[in-house]
Design a protein around this ligand. Structure first.
Ligand code: ZN
Length: 447
């Protein structure tokens, strides 16, 4: 049965400790959930529950809002390289694969996510399929292809000089930027994604590959069509330019400087730093054969970003949790909660503050008014988790599926007893190497 068509019973959760997502201290309270709404929290929950309510005693557990992942690439299919992502994902297979993978998010306690850029045009179609009940998945907001200039993005010369490949749409001039933005809105984009920095071969770090005027062209066009913009920025300058141009949500915001922080604060721009991808490679890359050259770069990027991002947070910049799930280093369903831990470790947020970033602030990613989703409060959307133990003192519990006792999505219980979805590779899906290294004559002859 699908999320949209099943009838949702009334559910009463009794005896749990409620972490409501607002940063407020935990309280012992019952929670009553009905169809797609939290009806009551506290002493009137039990009295308002009808005789037909399903009652769960969740004593010893934490009741909190479902996680909202603000940076998830559901259509990428866990590639190990750009080559695989760009050239080994035919449209029909990629769509089926995305529908398979999206169920894992719910099983991991993710009840909402933003997928800012998709391969082909799968994102909005998947969102609509979830809403229509064809596919079981969390609430989703979706972009289409990321807009890139001819200088490219993070795939070097795999990005063509014009046209589309993988998740990228290359826009050549101002007119094309405006036209592409309008077309994307027409085709269902909830967000317009801009790749403000790109890695150019032979150059260190990522360069800013958009001008201020070009960024304004996209944001003004998008805003005129009631559509927010989201930007990949892995430098201080790019973050400042994007914030000044009116971008609504910045991914990474790496290597912040004072001017960039000021611009973020002045613009009221939100940030999803996405330390998870960097930390996964830095901490665990060795276990999966990742290149060691990047380990120091990524560790340094976290350090170089953390202090100023904390300053921005203290000045009111909303921080969202994003995992960059969708690559081989961030497979679906495994790492969505790690950002909460990293916000505690790296930014020094309290567990309750970090949980707010993954729940209440996630409303921004879902384009919903604050406090209507991502919180445990009467009237809010009924996306609720029950996690064994005291999450407010140990946020790592959130990332350990063995502690996940219940997930309610739109008021309906997700079946957590089913086995984790497993599959075999599709034909041609994985890039095969002929060999790991060259077969020289010396090697063959044991010299
Ligand atoms: Zn990303």
């Amino acid at each position: 049965m699908s999320a949209a068509t099943s009838t949702s019973p009334t559910t009463l959760l009794t005896g749990g400790t409620v972490v409501d997502g607002t940063g407020a201290p935990p309280v012992r309270a019952d929670v009553l959930v009905e169809v797609d709404r939290i009806v009551a929290v506290g002493s009137d929950a039990a009295t308002r529950a009808g005789d037909d309510a399903v009652v769960h005693d969740v004593t010893g557990s934490t009741v909190l809002p479902g996680l909202i992942d603000a940076h998830c690439h559901i259509t990428f299919g866990e590639p190990a390289s750009n080559d695989e992502l760009f050239f080994h994902r035919p449209q029909s297979s990629a769509a089926l694969l995305a529908a398979f993978n999206v169920q894992k998010l719910l099983l991991a306690g993710v009840t909402g996510f933003l997928d800012a850029d998709c391969i082909h045009d799968i994102g909005p179609a998947l969102r609509d399929a979830i809403e229509a009940g064809l596919v079981e998945g969390p609430r989703m907001t979706a972009g289409l292809n990321a807009l890139l200039t001819a200088a490219g993005g993070t795939a070097g010369r795999l990005i063509p000089d014009a046209g589309r490949v993988g998740y990228a749409q290359v826009v050549g001039d101002r007119d094309e930027m405006v036209r592409a933005t309008r077309q994307q809105v027409k085709h269902g984009a909830d967000w317009i994604k801009i790749h403000v920095t790109g890695s150019v071969p032979n150059r260190a770090g990522e360069l800013t590959v958009w001008s201020a005027d070009e960024l304004r062209a996209v944001t003004e066009t998008a805003h005129a069509l009631d559509t927010p913009t989201i930007a990949h920025c892995r430098s201080a300058e790019s973050t400042r330019l994007a914030a000044e141009a009116g971008v609504d949500l910045i991914l990474h915001a790496s290597y912040l400087d004072e001017a960039a922080v000021e611009a973020l604060v002045a613009a009221g721009c939100a940030v999803a730093p996405t330390f998870t991808f960097l930390a996964n490679l830095a901490d665990h890359g060795e276990k999966v054969g990742a290149g060691s050259a990047q380990v120091d770069v990524f560790r340094g990027e976290i350090q170089a970003t953390a202090d100023r991002l904390r300053t921005a947070y203290d000045a009111g910049v909303p921080i969202l949790c994003g995992s960059e799930s969708g690559f081989s280093l961030t497979p679906y369903g495994h790492w969505h909660a790690r950002e909460v831990e990293l916000l505690v470790e790296v930014l020094g947020l309290t567990p309750l503050e970090a949980i707010s970033c993954a729940t209440r602030n996630g409303a921004i990613a879902l384009r919903r008014p604050l406090d209507t989703i991502g919180v445990i409060a009467p009237g809010a959307a009924a996306d609720v988790l029950v996690v064994d133990g005291d999450v407010a003192t140990d946020v790592s519990l959130l990332g350990d599926r063995r502690h996940l006792r219940h997930v309610f999505s739109r008021g309906r219980a997700v079946d957590l007893r089913r086995p984790w979805p497993e599959r075999r590779p599709l034909p041609g899906e994985k890039v095969a190497n002929w060999s790991a290294r060259p077969l020289t004559w010396d090697l063959a002859h044991g010299h």
